[in-house]
Design a protein around this ligand. Structure first.
Ligand SMILES: Nc1ncnc2c1ncn2[C@@H]1O[C@H](COP(=O)(O)OP(=O)(O)O)[C@@H](O)[C@H]1O
Ligand SMILES: [Mg+2]
Length: 225
C-alpha cells in the first residue's frame, strides 16, 4: 500500500473562524493504482490533494505514504518527500515563463543537486516521452495549453516519483488536448505509475480504474444522487 489515510480531518482557521473542510477521510491506495476523485467545487478536493502531496498537514488523523508516517515531519522533511517522491500536475500548469520547456522540466532536478549535463538529458528524455522533442527550447508563451500541460507532466515525471498527483489536469484545456493528456496518463499507468487525479469531469474520471467521490468534505465510494 502506498497511500493510507485514516480518520483525516482538516479544519482551517481557529475559534469563530474555524472552517471544517475534511471529515473522517479514509483512503487506501495500492502501488500502481490509478484513481480519480470527483466532487463539486468547494467540496475539499484540492485540500485533500495538498495533504496527499505534503503541501499541507491534516488537523487530525494519520497519513502514511510509502511505508512511513510523516505526520509532523516538519517543513524540510515534507519538502524533501515532495521533491523526491511526488510529481504534481495542476490545472494551470505552474510553469516558469522565463524558462525554456526543458529548463522547466529540469527544475526539480536542480533542487535534487543533479549535475547540469544529466539534468538536461533527463529533461529531454521526459519531453520526448510526452511528444515534445521539437519544442524543448520553446518558452511557455510559445506553446499551446495542451503542450504546456505536457511540459508540466514531463517535469513531474523527470524525478521518477512514486506518485503522480493531478489536480484538474484537463480543467483548462479543450477536449482534444484533454484527451491527449489522458492518453499520457494511460501510458504512465501502464508503466506502473500510481496516479491520483482530481477532476469534476465525468469523462475524465472514467479514464481511471477506480472513482471516488467527495461531498462537503466527506469521501464516498458511490456518487450522490
Ligand atoms: N486556506 C484556507 N482557509 C480557509 N478556508 C479554506 C482554505 N482553503 C480552502 N478553504 C475552504 O475549504 C473548502 C474546500 O476548498 P478546496 O479544497 O479548494 O475545494 P475544491 O478543490 O473541491 O474546489 C472551501 O469551502 C474553501 O473555501
Ligand atoms: Mg480545487
Amino acid at each position: 500500500m502506498i497511500i493510507s489515510l485514516e480518520h483525516i480531518e482538516k479544519t482551517y482557521g481557529t475559534g469563530n473562524n474555524r472552517v471544517p473542510v475534511l471529515h473522517d477521510v479514509n483512503l487506501a491506495v495500492e502501488e500502481g493504482e490509478y484513481i480519480a476523485i470527483m466532487g463539486p467545487s468547494g467540496s475539499g478536493k484540492s485540500t485533500l490533494m495538498n495533504i496527499l502531496g505534503y503541501l499541507d498537514e491534516p488537523t487530525a488523523g494519520v497519513y502514511r505514504f510509502d511505508g512511513a508516517d510523516n505526520a509532523h515531519a516538519g517543513d524540510a522533511r515534507m519538502a524533501a518527500i515532495r521533491n523526491e517522491k511526488i510529481g504534481f500536475v495542476f490545472q494551470s500548469f505552474h510553469l516558469m515563463q522565463r524558462r525554456r520547456a526543458w529548463e522547466n522540466v529540469a527544475l526539480p532536478l536542480l533542487y535534487g543537486n543533479v549535475p547540469r549535463k544529466e539534468r538536461k538529458e533527463r529533461a529531454e528524455a521526459a519531453l520526448i516521452a510526452v511528444g515534445l522533442q521539437e519544442r524543448m527550447d520553446f518558452y511557455p508563451n510559445q506553446l499551446s495549453g495542451g503542450q504546456c500541460q505536457r511540459v508540466a507532466i514531463a517535469r513531474a515525471m523527470c524525478t521518477r516519483p512514486k506518485l503522480l498527483l493531478a489536480d484538474e489536469p484537463t480543467g483548462a484545456l479543450d477536449s482534444k488536448a484533454g484527451q491527449q493528456i489522458m492518453d499520457i496518463f494511460d501510458t504512465l499507468h501502464e508503466q506502473g505509475m500510481t496516479i491520483v487525479m482530481i477532476t469534476h469531469e465525468r469523462a475524465v474520471a472514467e479514464r481511471a480504474k477506480r472513482i471516488l467521490y467527495i461531498y462537503d468534505g466527506w469521501l464516498k465510494e458511490e456518487p450522490q444522487e
